[in-house]
Design a binder for this molecule. Structure first.
Ligand code: THU
Length: 131
């Protein structure tokens, strides 16, 4: 899948979002080194805190299928601003892919692409635990 296809896969997930509370859909498409792509959407909950972000849904799908070698993630939203990953999602990506490229999209489809290390400087990675 090329870059534009990865972005389109993230955008396509917006309609799968379950967002009755925030009405803020997010879609994600996570690309692995072997080219496999896992998608995700945000899934909200009446208890609010069980809500899971689109990025972490994609990571959970990937890891549970045996994939942890991530190279790029596209994150789509429907606002004027670029849809950047929240702090928790940055930390989850850091666990597996400190070198990952994060492609943030706005509603027009413009992109802001950043290395995770710029989004999460001094991130707490497994090396802090001697791993
Ligand atoms: N959200 C994501 O899915 N990803 C992010 O990184 C930012 C926030 C979702 C969570 C919630 O369903 C909605 O956006 C508003 O916070």
């Amino acid at each position: 899948m090329n870059r534009e296809e990865l972005k389109a896969a993230a955008v396509a997930m917006l309609e799968r979002s379950y967002v009755p509370y925030s009405h803020f859909p997010v879609g994600a498409a996570l690309e692995c080194a072997d080219g496999t792509v896992f998608t995700g959407c945000n899934i909200e909950n009446a208890g609010y805190s069980p809500t899971i972000c689109a990025e972490r849904v994609a990571v959970g799908k990937a890891v549970s299928e045996g994939h942890t070698d991530f190279v790029r993630i596209a994150v789509a939203g429907e606002s004027e601003n670029y849809c950047v990953p929240c702090g928790v999602c940055r930390q989850v990506l850091m666990e597996f892919a400190p070198e990952i490229e994060v492609i943030c999209l706005n509603k027009k489809g413009d992109e802001l692409a950043l290395p995770l290390k710029e989004l999460l400087p001094y991130g707490f990675d497994p090396s802090y635990l001697g791993k």
